[in-house]
Ligand binder design. Structure first.
Ligand code: SF4
Ligand code: SF4
Length: 186
């Protein structure tokens, strides 16, 4: 990837910095974020590289890579960052943008389906039922018997339940969804 400093379009970066309340000029490129991340081994780009890609305005690469979808929002990178850069928030921003522009790369479809099913579960029950979520995901992706063996073992040990209990105050959970929807974020 070649580019000239003077020709970098800052539009995407400026909007991202304002929305995520971050100042990427503060990044030392120390790599502490990447060093602490447990999922870099399957990411297209490490968290440190994501910051660099934003700085050089590589929007297409950012929106089509798998990194934001692999991030599990553990926040370790944000805790370790000496510059206080909220990388998980940046990852969320990139996902929102990729969804809005439909610019996500191949292989991300199933991740998006999983996100949708997970949120449906939370909306319906106020919590996640691992059994129902795994069954729905596997049925929708045509992997009918995937996880069947593991599921049986987990059920046998009582680690997951075949029941899907709801939280008591479901209306409160649904009001969060409504608030997001009213703000155009849901
Ligand atoms: S830890 Fe913070 S300062 Fe260091 S490379 Fe990552 S984002 Fe930049
Ligand atoms: S929040 Fe995401 S990018 Fe940061 S350490 Fe956790 S998985 Fe890695």
């Amino acid at each position: 990837m070649s580019f000239q400093l003077g020709s970098i379009d800052r539009t995407f970066r400026d909007e991202l910095e304002m929305t995520c309340n971050v100042d990427l000029d503060q990044c030392y490129e120390c790599g502490k974020c990447t060093g602490g991340c447990s999922t870099t081994y399957i990411m297209d780009y490490t968290p440190r590289k994501i910051v660099q890609l934003i700085k050089i305005g590589a929007v297409k690469t950012l929106l089509s890579c798998n990194t934001p979808w692999i991030c599990v929002t553990c926040r370790l990178c944000a805790d370790r960052c000496p510059a206080g850069i909220d990388i998980p928030r940046i990852m969320d921003y990139l996902k929102e943008k990729a969804l809005a522009t439909k610019d996500f790369g191949p292989g991300v479809d199933n991740v998006i389906l999983f996100h949708k099913l997970l949120l449906e579960e939370v909306y319906r029950r106020g919590r996640i039922s691992e059994t129902a979520l795994a069954l729905k995901f596997n049925l929708r992706t045509g992997q009918y018997f995937k996880d069947a063996g593991l599921g049986r073992k987990l059920l046998g040990k009582g680690k997951i339940s075949p029941l899907s209990p709801r939280v008591r105050d479901l209306d409160k959970v649904r009001s969060f969804f409504k608030q997001l929807s009213d703000r155009g974020e849901g």
